[in-house]
Write a new protein. Structure first.
Length: 183
């Protein structure tokens, strides 16, 4: 039995979307039970990112500058730029912005990510799952990240896509029918 069989994402949470033409900005907030410094390491260290994020990078993101970024499941490596890095509060890279605020004994993590409106439900479902995986990693109970083609086969992701599409008032994608089960 795979470790993903023991994981099922919760229902779509209330997220915000700012609609502006073809690019919509996802605003997703998570309350984490870990100090901002620990969350910052997970957001910036390439080794930690490989455990939960939907992309890989070739250097630490804690400093302003160019970085090679590869979205999971894609062959191309993109040149991105970290434009703001204020440990452990703000990280801006490409079309993503992360803010970390102390909140009780933990951190309120806010992600802004500009996404083509046609894929906003996909992106939101993907970040929902990635942040679940991050929470487990920070708590010391890691599971393998669920990204790329593997994520698209994952029933929990497909369910979240439909739930977020409904929340945003967009059309969910048409899934190919599942193959018939053998008796």
């Amino acid at each position: 039995m795979s470790e993903h069989e023991h994981y099922s994402p919760g229902p779509a949470s209330a997220v915000q979307v700012r609609k502006d033409g073809d690019k919509w900005t996802l605003i997703l907030v998570r309350e984490l039970r870990h100090a901002p410094e620990k969350v910052w390491r997970a957001l910036t260290d390439p080794v930690h990112l490989r455990e939960w994020a939907p992309f890989d990078v070739d250097r630490n993101l804690g400093e302003v500058g160019t970085v090679n970024l590869q979205w999971s499941g894609t062959p191309q490596v993109l040149e991105a730029r970290v434009t703001r890095a204020e440990p452990p509060r703000v990280l801006e890279m490409g079309e993503m912005r992360w803010e970390l605020e102390p909140h009780g004994d933990g951190t309120r993590l806010t992600l802004w990510h500009s996404i083509d409106r046609r894929y906003i439900a996909w992106g939101t479902a993907g970040w929902h799952i990635s942040l679940d995986v991050l929470e487990r990693l920070l708590a010391g109970h890691p599971i393998k990240r669920i990204v790329g083609a593997e994520q698209m086969k994952f029933e929990g992701w497909r369910r979240l896509v439909v739930e977020y599409a409904k929340q945003f008032g967009t059309e969910p994608p048409k899934w190919p029918p599942k193959p018939a089960q053998q008796p």
